[in-house]
Design a protein around this ligand. Structure first.
Ligand code: UDP
Ligand code: MG
Length: 310
């Protein structure tokens, strides 16, 4: 019997990409000896993405869709697809052709060799805007420095997971999963493949700099509590620094030096005010996360699907 490969594709306003990606996957599988199914997750698109998906799923028996009740975000869309994928392995990839389907045979080969996680690393893309490139490299530096996982720069959400790993993921109920980090954290035998990203086929990127900054902050705060320690260290450093100031105060008192420098005092107050707000904010993020997670709400809501009794 042929093995079944589930392919999970999140789509948010990608109407013009659906047909292209599905057809190119079909092409790839026509030359290898595997069965496949595609699970397209419509993440609350505002355009005709869902219609296109439904249209396409009518033409073929192995095309499934999940319709979210609203936009829940890329990571949860991938998670939802994985939760509904029961292939022998599951490949997740973007909808916009930036993740070349031609890489799939190589990923499958590595999987057959015994790797349970085959992930991909984007080679430096000259076509990407400078802002995006440097923000991406900053993202990984910050993430690795602050958290306890070690992600390679360019790690993409294009990866193959063995059924075993997917089953473990099903028990994860984080309301803001950071899949790249979680996959790394899980362990298992992992293999990295390098690839050259293609240009987006149609539409534009949904990750603005603001969204990437949020993802970075989220990546760090969901993997480590190191930022909380920063408050303690900074506290020690500044207390120590203030002790160094005491001799000068005594000197000034003894020698009757005139009191001056309200400007430097004001600066100090503003500086420490800012520092306290930042640290309060960091603590706030963690408290907020606990608050959201204790509500125990469903992570995503499915409005409709053509996947039956799974
Ligand atoms: N996406 C999604 N929900 C969102 C944002 C993006 O499902 O809220 C999907 C999008 O359709 C695409 C993938 O996630 O398939 C990656 O998004 P995008 O190409 O915009 O990101 P980039 O490649 O620019 O980092
Ligand atoms: Mg993209």
């Amino acid at each position: 019997m042929k093995k079944l490969v589930s392919i999970v594709i999140p789509a948010y306003n990608e109407a013009d990409n659906i047909f292209v990606i599905a057809e190119s996957i079909k092409n790839v599988f026509s030359s290898i000896h595997y069965d496949y199914e595609i699970i397209l997750v419509d993440d609350g698109s505002a355009d005709h993405t869902l219609e296109k998906i439904k249209e396409y799923s009518n033409t073929s028996e192995n095309i499934f869709f999940l319709e979210f009740s609203k936009n829940f975000g890329h990571q949860l869309a991938v998670k939802a697809g994985m939760d509904h994928a029961y292939g022998d392995c599951v490949i997740s990839m973007d909808c916009d052709m930036q993740h070349p389907p031609e890489l799939i045979p190589e990923m499958l080969q590595k999987w057959e060799e015994g790797f349970e996680v085959v992930y991909t690393i984007r080679e430096e893309d000259k076509a990407l805007s400078k802002g995006k490139r440097s923000s991406s490299s900053l993202f990984y530096k910050l993430l690795n420095w602050l958290s306890d996982i070690d992600l390679e720069p360019g790690a993409a959400d294009f990866r193959l997971l063995d059924q075993k790993v997917v089953n473990i993921f099903r028990n994860f109920h984080e309301n803001e999963p950071f899949l790249r980090g979680l996959v790394k954290w899980l362990g298992f035998k992992q293999y990295a493949i390098k690839y050259n990203p293609a240009a987006r086929f149609s539409g534009k990127s949904k990750y603005t700099v603001k969204k990437m900054f949020r993802l970075a902050l989220h990546g760090v705060t969901s993997f480590s509590i190191k930022p909380l320690y920063s408050a303690v260290y900074l506290g020690f450093i500044f207390s120590f620094a203030s002790i160094l100031y005491i001799p000068y105060v005594i000197y000034a008192f003894v020698n009757n030096v005139e009191v001056s420098g309200w400007a430097s005092m004001l600066m100090t107050i503003v500086f420490f005010g800012g520092l306290q707000l930042i640290i309060l904010g960091i603590i706030g993020i963690y408290v907020g996360k606990m608050f959201m997670q204790t509500k125990n709400r469903p992570n995503y809501i499915i409005r409709s699907t053509n996947i039956q009794n799974k």
